[in-house]
Design a binder for this molecule. Sequence first.
Ligand code: ZN
Length: 386
Amino acid sequence: MFPNHGQPLVTAPAETAILSLLLAEGPLSRVELARRTGLSSTAITKAARPLIDDGYLHELPPERTAPGAGRPVNPLAVTVEREFFIGVKISADALYAVACDLRAGLRATAGRSLGPDRSPAAVCALICEFVELLLDAEPAFRERTRHLGIAVSGDVDRAAGEVRYSVLPGWQDVPLAAMVAERTGLNVIVENDVKALTTTEHWFGEGIGTEYFALVTIGAGIGSGLVVDGRLITGAYGVAGEMGHISIDPAGPRCHCGQTGCVEAFASSDAILAAVREGTGRPDLDFDGAVLLARGGDPAAREAFARAGRAIGTGIATLVNLFGPERVVVTGEGLDTYDLLGTHIKDAYAAHAFKAAANCPLTLRPLPWEEWARGAAVLGIQALFP
Ligand SMILES: [Zn+2]
């Protein structure tokens, strides 16, 4: 039986603890679950029972931990096909959608460029089309899918299901969750794309098991998501982790946000391109041309990338100094030019990270676009929890 539409699957702390551990780490014995959660084995058995009865967990065949080690144990595992989740990533010019299983395994994908009409109504129609397509991808999907996550860049009010602002034309205060829910009948969660990706990396990727974790995206914009005490933080005003708008040089270039010298004003693809055009006196260049020039050794082009790398490294050091994450994952389409940015990012990071904070490793994680849509699907998995 499914819990009610949109209601959490688990509510008791013990159920929450064991389901989240099993989702993140795979099969574990009851003894191991008890050790990891600090609960008694009786409490584990009691909490697991309804999840087994509902088909979310199952027992694996017994395995002996060692020859002659006494009673064999039956590890508990998540039944990944018990429920499916759809995730959609809206980018400036394309839509990507995926269907995932309960452990965020990719099961089906769809993607297409957005047409000339990028209005909320047109994008909503395309989302609904993709949802139908994915629900037909496997026989069990339609029956066992009730959550749809949508990730979009910009200012998103998750609680209200609204996109307050995005780079897409005409997108201001769009009640996207309600629009899509009405047409699909699914429970729809809308979230900022970087925040969704941060949660996905924290639950299923490089951030597993960390209490303090950050994800930084580089490319068209510079974004970051922060996990503190094991939870993604949004801040009182929903803007926590805006690393791109940390001002690192009051005399620096003007940022589209209105400030001067933001990390993004040095390091977004547009900022790099503007600097290369200015430095080389070539207003005709596009971004690929700028990359080619820099790779060919043009000093002005190389300096524009170096300056961007220094800004990113300084921004990451600022984050690390402020909250001391165990690990920072760097991702985004900007990794394609890491050959031009990388040493400058690392040098600036090392120069500005304070003392032991510098022990925090930077992990590069190239993520294709489907991974962003997978991040959106994980919003649905999150909805199983209170
Ligand atoms: Zn700014």
